[in-house]
Design a protein. Sequence first.
Length: 503
Amino acid sequence: MSQGTRPVAVVVLAAGSGTRMKSKTMKVLHPLAGRTMIGHVLTAALHVEPEHLVAVVGHSREQVGGHILEQVPGALLAVQETQEGTGHAVRVGLDALRAAAGTTDGVVVVMSGDTPLMEGETLSGLVDAHVHAGAVVTLLSAEVAEPFGYGRVLRDPDGGVRAIVEQKDASPEEAAVREINSGVYAFDGAFLADALARVTNDNAKGEYYLTDVVGIARVDGRPVAAHRIDDVMQTEGANDRAQLAALAAEKNRRILARHMRDGVTIVDPTTTWVDVDVTLERDVTILPGVQLLGATAVAEDAVVGPDCTLKDVEVGVGAKVVRTHGELAVVGPGANVGPFSYLRPGTELGAGGKIGGFVETKNARIADGAKVPHLSYVGDAEIGEGTNIGAGTIVANYDGVQKHRTKVGRQARTGSNNTFVAPVEIGDGATTGGGTVVREDVPPGALAVSAGPQRTIEDWTLRRRPGTPMAEAAAAAQAREGGSSHTEASGFVADGDAEGQSK
Ligand code: UD1
Ligand code: CA
């Protein structure tokens, strides 16, 4: 923060229910850019390093209060039993502050829990302006094109702030004013406590308006100031889902702009979504259609996309991740993932490793240079350095009751279409044949083959499927090759039905 005054408290108002969200989830708990609305507000509030953070909660106080304490364990929760207006809410908040701190003296910042784009720097700018003006109230104001619904800032001819008038109480001339009260303020705490005791609910809504303390300051001859900001979006609240989507898009645009300024290439910002806590190093390239969520971190020179969703995923230097869905996974430096890969929690791919197309991994350590290139499931497994897993390999980690582990050593080469029935171990430098079902450990350097010798029954089609297109094709081929081409008998019964066919 700036070297300015440290407020005694920031009071965050979050007792309203937000009925226009039409949701079982409280308004301030709706998420955007990887945090709840109130999560963003609390981050901004903490930026000014208040001695106390006071949250006024009411509707669903367990849900909202619990969430706030998760984010700010030392927060003071003040319960407003009935929502009688913003003035009443702040009074409840100051009671909690007085109970904890013994006083309300000092600078008190008040803000709403539903303005997720508010920046910490804006709050410290407000506090600085407040202290500089020597005011008892400094409100954050903004000039907007559509002021409907907001309290309007009424000024004297000399420019001093006279009062705030709410929409419902405004005359037509007052309603024409385009400077609005953002609902964010810095107060002298002692003055605020005194003034709130004098606010009445004699107005169109029958509520105790916090904004009335401006008029009270004027009556008392105490200075009032307004700190105007140009960035109107910071003051906007989300009251319904359409506004939430608009604010989420704007928040995303700002996050992307920050990363691009810091040296990240974002090919298509309109289809790229990046949560606020994601870190992207210089010269990262993000291709279209990418969502980077949670605590995802992408290191220098890595390329992500197109079309990836990564949540809490670490991508190493120079790695490439294409059309991948990943969560709680680590992709090592120079590794390759995708296209069409599914990295589930606990996946760790080493440096230069590969997880290829249509591969699903879970709780799997795939070491440096190891490859699972095609069509496989690898769960609860460890794959050693430089090992190659054949196409279509399934790690059967679940016996129907319990999960078991599979370990493949280093520099092993396993065949296509294998099943590793866990718990099982395949040693360093071992090989398995195509179609092997590995049920027993394979020692280092051994070859394991489990499929039986092939059984070939000559002329089966002509005898058992006469008159079909396949019989015709077989007959034509035999005619071209001069009769039926008997290879060496395989030792099986020479006639029988095809086994295990499906149609
Ligand atoms: C308020 C301001 C208005 C300003 C606008 C900015 C007043 C009287 N008016 O109006 O000048 O332009 O904010 O958005 O203050 N809340 C409680 N308890 C209550 C009432 C409200 O905790 O009893 C909380 C709400 O949950 C919300 C905040 O206070 O977070 C603002 O309340 P809201 O009803 O939205 O006030 P506005 O009518 O928008
Ligand atoms: Ca509001």
